[in-house]
Ligand binder design. Sequence first.
Ligand code: SF4
Length: 488
Amino acid sequence: MALNLKVSSVGTRENRLGSITGYNGDLQDLVNRSRCGTLKNRERCFSQSSTCLSGCALNQLSGIRDVLVINHAPAGCSATAPGSIVLNHQLAAKIGVANDTVYVGTDMDERDTVFGATKTLRDIIKKTCEVYKPKAVFVGTSCVTGIIGEDVDSIVAELREEIDIPIAAVHCEGFKSRIWASGFDISDHAVLQTIVKQPKEKRNVINFKNFFESERKQITEIFAEFGVKTQFLYQNATVEELEHISESLATVCICGTLGTYLGNGLEQLYGVPYIRTINPLGVAGFETWLCEIGKTIGKSKEVEAYLERERAVYLPQIEEIKKDLKGLKAVIGMGPGYTYEVSRVLQELDMEVVWAAAWHYDGKYDNDQVPPALDYLQKTSPGNINLSVADQQNFEVLNILNEYQPDIYFSRHPGTTVWAIKQGVAALYVADEYMIFGYKGTLNFAKSILDTVRNRSFEKNLAKRVKLPYTDWWYQQNNGAFLKEAAE
Ligand code: SF4
């Protein structure tokens, strides 16, 4: 789908990518329906709360150093701001820089909801710019501003004439999409629209889109072997660095859900190739991903030499630990960027994925193709896999765990991991996006699985003392019992 930077609002994933939050079936069915265009969302007649896309949009932007993020919203919408700022400071300190980003909420109240608050917004932006001297300004919107029709675009357009730094409206009204990953696209749109400049010269740099860059050092060293520098996005990036990402050799990402809009956007607008393989998790993922990068930047020989050297160190150790993991049964509950990647890695480790739940599902990415991880899984999985799509509907996850009694549950979101443990299921929180990165990460991940399934006293003791709110009635239902058939 062609990107349109002339409009300030990005189409939601539901509209752009045919993304869904309700599905219950299996791998073959999901991929086949995606390919032939018959995949439809199924609504729930009961659902628990989920997450707002504005958090993804504004938190991503607040990771950029020394910018101003304004959330034009009631106070509650900015509840995630303190956490973001603490995290930004810690991640900046880790690499020896400072991030003086300021995150401000406009604290809209009842009066603002009736009469509007564009004057207040204007005053806050100008005053905050005067005091903090940011390098760019991002003005987020909210459900309230969307419902009352607050004209944030006009305020931003007027201020472009008055302040001499980039300023963008970030349309992240929570009600417009159930898929919080739409927030990633919204932040990318704001960066592409207002920060990134036309390329002047090619630079020996790879754009690396990730979350919290815990393996920044390792990745910088790997790419240095190929004579290439890395530009991590957005955490700790400066506005000046972002201006030049249109000049890079390629864009890669640690998670397809996170990277699709920026990667495809830079390719469409400036011809920067976007690496669209499976991600660098597990052995197949790491090799496929790195070889494709090597091909794209003309460094295949160097990549092959690096892989050969590393294989000799790690593959024998991975093969050894697989003997202990063989046959263990797993349930997964993660964002779609990881669900199908981790399923593949577990199969590499000779484990069996008995159910994989994704918090949403993108029927295609911004290049109109089925996400590579799912495509790869369909072609390589030794058998079909039960799949569901549920926007963190914990009651469905616990039903699945109760029915399948897996040896281990994997999630990337702490809330659901805790509930699995309370149910007595061994669970591993795959919090760090680099936990399974490359050969070394895969080996460490395999060891963590073994530790988790062998040390069971914590969840056994906790489960004995906790009374869960789920009744036997619910456990006897199909986990998708509240999904309604999609209307034809
Ligand atoms: S923008 Fe809407 S959904 Fe998001 S936190 Fe605010 S009120 Fe809630």
